[in-house]
Design a protein around this ligand. Structure first.
Ligand code: ADP
Ligand code: GLC
Length: 480
């Protein structure tokens, strides 16, 4: 079975968050189920630079303001199609914002182009290859089902339009633009309506995808329920409820080859669940780097620093962590105010801070910290708790979204049954956070209990096996 995935990020070529990890790992996992995925990506400089075995396969005279070439290529085992369109993508740095931190003003055209080319491929742009299902990720691919639905003559309806699946990784990013751009984006007037791309008087990219895709998934079953409520729906809950059983949740996994402490070259010492005492060398390395005492209970953070992640709770609770015999290592980047709050709170011997993005340090934190703090206000799935568990670092999470679905709380019953893998808290507020920190410290003092939890966490299934089977079933169901 041939599937076209359409994504704006793809690990290891371009990444700002978990979307890249998922788009990068899912094709390999689906291959085991007889599904061959080709991924369409924007030709950002980082993507074009890392592409192997490139071959131009199609020329486009005018793609929203300039010429473009569709280039086929590979990255490892991954099959890629890349839109080389310098007028849209030949810009350094972050894919969405310029050096001033603001969205690129032509983002509507940049991502409409991605969706447009995806829809053209679905309709048979390349004579030798045609996908049976198209799978769009997030708002950047949101217009794809709209282009499939609205632009095409009646004669070519039916079999020439493969079914589409839209996956929501984060409802907080919806992609909206001025309704006046409708014609410039190549959409006919009839597309602008409640059953099309119209969203509160603008054009809504994600809205269009949710309304018009044959099926909508999101990245955990709990988030799939949350987004159908007014509290969690961010304005889309009515539309999502209206789609009924066409909305479902499929949990993310992580690539267990990339995230494998037994083979991880970046660590101070490699280990498996059987040799987990060797984590101590990684804790030592981490503590030496940040001037911390390895005898203390070490909390880690690996995160974007945004309101979503709830880490604004942490600066005021650093003193509590210290009183509980703990210390903290923070790796993160994001809102300047939050970055400043951490800089102001930094005290030698209590907290280590690295503001920025550092893949290698992330690995060392998962391998060296005792627990990972993820007090998110909402979390569609979350991958850091999965990486942490795989590396024997116990996640401390709010009971929301994918965090609720992947971490087994160390309550009395789970501890007695030997099933616990982490700590859940009811809400992202200071009292709940500090109560939970207290619980972590209590279990930490019971070394046998902690060790058991660590073994459970490292043995938990965090890979793609089960979820890839669900995507494969979904795709097959749509073409049956
Ligand atoms: P989100 O996509 O909402 O940021 P996820 O938990 O799904 O959250 O994915 C985050 C991914 O980005 C993980 O692979 C994590 O290791 C990585 N990551 C986040 N922040 C950093 C950072 N500052 N440095 C390195 N890796 C990071
Ligand atoms: C988003 C979400 C995160 C999820 C990731 C991959 O960035 O914030 O929870 O894990 O996408 O699906």
């Amino acid at each position: 079975m041939e599937v076209l995935a359409v994504s704006s990020e793809f690990f290891p070529l371009i990444k700002t968050g978990g979307l890249a990890d998922v788009a990068g790992a899912l094709p390999g996992a689906l291959a085991e189920h007889g599904v061959r995925v080709t991924t369409l990506l924007p030709g950002y400089p980082a993507v074009l630079a890392k592409l192997d075995h490139t071959e131009p396969v199609h020329g486009i005279g005018d793609l929203f303001g300039g010429p473009a070439t569709l280039v086929a290529g590979r990255a490892g085992h991954a099959k890629l199609l890349v839109i080389d369109a310098p007028h849209l993508y030949a810009r350094p740095g972050n894919p969405y914002v310029g050096p001033d931190g603001r969205d690129w003003p032509d983002n509507p055209q940049r991502f409409a182009a991605l969706a447009r080319v995806g829809a053209d491929l679905a309709r048979g742009l390349l004579p030798a290859w045609r996908p049976q299902v198209v799978h769009g990720h997030d708002w950047q691919a949101g217009l794809l089902p709209a282009y499939l639905h609205f632009s095409g003559d009646a004669a070519d309806a039916g079999t020439t339009r493969p079914p589409s699946v839209m996956t929501i990784h984060n409802l907080a990013f919806q992609g909206q633009c001025d309704a006046g751009l409708l014609a410039a984006l190549g959409l006919p007037p009839e597309a602008y309506g409640i059953d099309g791309v119209e969203y509160y008087g603008s054009i809504g990219f994600l809205k269009a995808g949710i309304r018009l895709a044959n099926h909508v998934t999101t990245v955990s079953p709990t988030y799939a329920r949350e987004i159908c409520t007014p509290e969690g729906g961010m304005g889309m809950d009515g539309l999502l409820r209206a789609r009924g059983s066409a909305v479902s949740g499929i949990l993310n996994g992580i690539d267990t080859h990339v995230w494998n402490p037994a083979k991880d070259e970046t660590l101070a010492e490699r280990y498996s669940h059987k040799t987990r005492d060797k984590r101590a060398a990684n804790k030592q390395a981490l503590c030496t780097r940040f001037g911390l005492d390895p005898a203390r209970l070490l909390f880690g953070v690996v995160s974007r620093l945004t309101t979503q992640k709830g880490l604004d709770l942490l600066p005021t609770s650093l003193a509590t962590i210290h009183d509980l015999g703990g210390a903290t290592v923070i790796l993160g980047a994001g809102h300047p105010a939050l970055e400043r709050a951490f800089q102001d709170a930094a005290r030698p011997g209590e907290m280590g801070l690295f503001l920025g993005y550092d893949e290698q340090l992330a690995h060392l934190i998962y391998a060296g910290a005792d627990a990972l703090l993820i007090p998110s206000r909402f979390e569609p799935c979350g991958l850091t708790q999965l990486c942490a568990m795989r590396y024997g670092c116990l996640p401390v999470v709010t009971r929301v979204g994918g965090l609720a679905d992947t971490v087994i709380d160390a309550n009395e019953a789970a501890l007695a049954a030997g099933a616990a893998t982490g700590f859940q808290m009811a809400a992202a507020d200071t009292p709940a956070f500090e109560r939970t920190l207290g619980r972590v410290a209590e279990v930490w003092r019971d070394r046998a209990a902690w060790d058991r939890m660590q073994a459970n966490a490292m043995k938990a299934e965090v890979g793609w096996e089960r979820s890839a089977a669900r995507y494969a079933d979904l795709f097959r169901g749509l073409i049956a």
